[in-house]
Ligand binder design. Sequence first.
Ligand code: FES
Length: 146
Amino acid sequence: MYSEKVMDHFTNPRNVGEIENASGVGTVGNAKCGDIMRIYLDIDEDTKVIKDCKFKTFGCGAAVATSSMATELVMGKTIYEALEVTNKAVMEALDGLPPVKVHCSLLAEEAIHAALWDYAQNHGIVIEGLSEPKADIHEGEEENEE
Ligand code: FES
C-alpha cells in the first residue's frame, strides 16, 4: 500500500522537533480526522534562505511521512522557492501515496505556507503569491475529493 520511501520517512522521520525563536511557525489541522501539524522555520534575514526546518505532527503515518519529506524539500531553499513545494511535489518525492491518503499531504503544504505567513507577519513583509492560510484544511480537502 505504501512506497518504501513513505515507510522510511514514517519509521525514521527527519527533522522532528521544534526551533527556539523560530522565524516563523505554522500550525494547521484537519478537523475531519483530528490530525495536527506544526512546522518551524529558521530563515536567514539577508538571503531569505531556510536554514533549518523542524516539525511536529500529531497525526497519521502519511502525515508524518509527508511532513518529514516536506522539511527536507524546503531546507536550503529561499522562501519563494519553498512556496513551490506543493503537496504534489511532496507526494512525488515519496513515490506516491494511496488515493485515500492524498489529503494528508495537504497538511504539510499548508503548514509550510502558514509558517511562511507567520514569518511575513512578524517581519512586516509581503510574500508574493502567498495568501493567508487556513487553520483547518478540511474545506480544501472536500473540494479535492470531488
Ligand atoms: Fe488525518 Fe492523515 S488521516 S492527516
